[in-house]
Design a protein around this ligand. Structure first.
Ligand code: ZN
Length: 333
């Protein structure tokens, strides 16, 4: 009898032990640890958030990971970069341009779909949403046949109100994308050293704070991952398309559980890595064709990933060459 009791106690202890390990393992992994991913895009802000007055960005990411040396695509134009940010491949692969995004709607059966299509395949019933100022993103980059809630407003202040109304109505999207465009407008008009450029960064920082607070007050940050990213910067004289440091250095900031607080994220980070981070957070395997990766020093349990450059040899060669051109313009930074 005693033997039986001992055996029973032992097996109970083992079971409980295994259960504890299983729970601990689940909690200690960032893969699939998030119910919601929020990507806030600030068009044309490049890396200049670090030089601006941005109290909201600073408070949101005080315990997050921030990198102001995140590289863009070689062509520093909006559609090329938003296409890469959302699909995890270079622009040489997805082939999107501003004109294509304006002229042609995109369907999910494309070779390099956005994370919206990949999320839809995994979560057929989930709410997915994209709120943008520059409507070609919703028209020709994010696929039109997968049931994404799409909203356009050509005024960043009103877009912010629309976003808060959306969350306050009880919407809890699995994946949520925002694109603000007003910083880019001022960048074109007055360049990336002008007082008005930084004034607009400060204004959009206010919108960012509002959006974050609306998400958080509706309980969505508990299991949420919140990111800020930019598509490109601006030249001193205004405008963007080339390889100068002012154009090709952007911001990537990430907040959520498992994100290493105070981290500056590794050097070799691209804005296309947002796609890899998004899929990882939602617990989705990354398609083999992607050249996005999880940057080191971002999640507390992921390190040592190498970029799968063999998937895109041309981009690897050209962007390595481009980097030397970028470095030669560092004095302009
Ligand atoms: Zn842009």
């Amino acid at each position: 009898m005693l033997k039986r009791i001992l055996a029973f106690s032992l097996s109970l202890a083992l079971m409980l032990g295994c259960l504890t390990i299983a729970v601990a393992a689940e909690e200690s992994s960032s893969f699939g640890a998030y119910d919601h991913v929020f990507i806030i895009g600030i068009d044309g802000a490049g890396s200049f958030i670090q030089d601006g007055t941005t109290p909201n960005f600073n408070r949101i990411f005080a315990e997050g990971a921030v990198n102001y040396r995140t590289r863009t695509e070689m062509v520093t134009i909006s559609a090329q970069n938003w296409g890469s940010i959302l699909s995890g491949v270079s622009y040489l692969k997805h082939g999107l341009t501003n004109n294509k995004a304006k002229d042609k709607e995109r369907a999910h059966d494309t070779a390099f779909p956005t994370v919206f299509t990949l999320a839809r395949q995994a979560f057929p019933d989930a709410e997915l949403a994209s709120f943008v100022n520059w409507d070609p993103i919703n028209h020709g980059i994010i696929e039109n046949d997968i049931g994404v809630t799409k909203h356009n407003n050509g005024d960043d202040a009103q877009l912010t109100e629309d976003i808060c109304a959306y969350f306050n109505a009880g919407n809890a999207p699995k994946l949520f994308f925002v694109q603000y465009d007003s910083v880019d407008h001022v960048g074109h008009d007055e360049g990336s050293r002008s007082p008005n450029y930084f004034k607009q960064i400060q204004t959009v920082d206010g919108y960012l704070g509002k959006v974050y607070d609306c998400i958080e007050s509706n309980g969505l940050m508990e299991n949420g991952l919140f990111m800020v990213v930019s598509d490109h910067g601006h030249m001193i004289a205004g405008g963007h398309f080339g390889l100068t440091m002012r154009e090709t250095m952007t911001t990537l900031a990430v907040k959520g559980k498992h994100v290493v607080g105070g981290s500056s994220i590794e050097k070799d980070t691209r804005n296309r890595d947002v796609a890899a981070i998004t899929l990882h957070a939602l617990g989705l395997e990354r398609p083999a064709y992607m050249t996005a990766k999880i940057p080191d020093q971002l999640f507390d349990d992921v390190s040592g990933e190498t970029r799968n450059w063999k998937n895109d040899v041309l981009d690897t060669i050209l962007s390595s060459m481009a980097w030397f051109i970028t470095l030669s313009t560092a004095f302009l930074r």
